[in-house]
Ligand binder design. Sequence first.
Ligand code: NAI
Length: 389
Amino acid sequence: MFTKKSVTGVIGSGAMGSGIAQVAATAGHKVIVYDNSESALQKAENNLKSSLTKLVEKQKITRDQQTQVLMNIRFVSTLQQLSECDLIIEAIVENLDVKKTVFKELEKIVKETCVLASNTSSLSITSIAAACEKPGRVIGIHFFNPPTLMPLVEIIPGVASLENITTSSKALIDSWGKVTVRVKDTPGFIVNRVARPFYSEALRIYEEGIADIPTIDWAMKEIGGFKMGPFELMDMIGHDVNYIVTETVWKQFYYDPKFKPALSQKRLLEAGLLGKKSGKGFYDYTPGSQTPEATKNKELGQQIFTRILVMLINEAADTLYLKVASAEDIDLAMTKGVNYPKSLLKWADELGIENVIKQLTALKDFYEEDRYRISPLLKQNFILKKAFY
Ligand code: NAI
């Protein structure tokens, strides 16, 4: 359905839209970028130029390629100028009503065959599509930040999305050199759902006083092999983003206690201590400040790491159990989308289902909270002595 000649439209020239435009243009497509803010368009154009110049300096691309990418992208200031597009990816403000209005307007302008995609990270694709006369052509194409560097893209058909739209969109994004996974239209899709315990279980361990922040981060890096600890990562993402994602996922799951946000993180948000970008979050980033030392106690570290890991495995298993995505796609998403050192379901096999169940049962028995309920799939695999792979 799509060819090299397919014209890609991008709405919203912010962090995500401008990156997506660069990826599509680098793959050889003509790209038209629209934003309703002139200054945002100007900023995106300037950023694109300087980002390409840096790539030339680092010899990642040639001068000819730089010229070609720049020639491929056009910045426009009216929605009507997107009329020739074959695919349009929307990356505007995360607000359902605003997105619905834009999709409705778009339908009046574009060709019958144009595919309309949203880069939303937390809204339902089905609800966006419901604003359209032809919801079958609406799909989720969810890039990660920054789109030029992160290989993963989640492809999310809504309830009404046509199968050929899903398969051709997936094939197109694959041809852009990305790793695509297919996900059911459910809160958090794969990554923003399965990764929740990485933050929330770490926060719980901290709130209970089992270990301090540097020790939890140390355990996850040194013993778990994760690139960053949960608190370092939350500070880097920013609590305005990370907390809101947690809260949104929790609300959309009808307040399932598995996804309940942590008050200690909410308080940071309320205080404007957003993390690295504001100079302070769980850690202090002001020049001259000292990072407290971790208690490098191996036994404690192992306990922390195991607790967080089994909670991650539990969520990955539940995501598979509820047919949100395939085992391969869940594992790909977590290794390519958030750089986990290993595939979670393979990790479960390595630890042994019996061991995973034992750890989760201990948490469930001790806390007597629904938060620690064990995925039926883990129980099934345990009874059948079955591995994930
Ligand atoms: P951003 O705030 O950097 O950029 C949004 C752009 O959209 C702005 O330039 C704004 O002027 C423009 N805009 C707003 N309303 C508009 C309208 N009605 N018509 C045309 N342009 C409009 O936002 P960002 O971070 O790029 O996010 C965009 C979308 O991507 C959101 O849906 C977000 O949830 C999603 N997303 C964001 C990620 C991130 O890490 N920032 C990661 C993955 C998805």
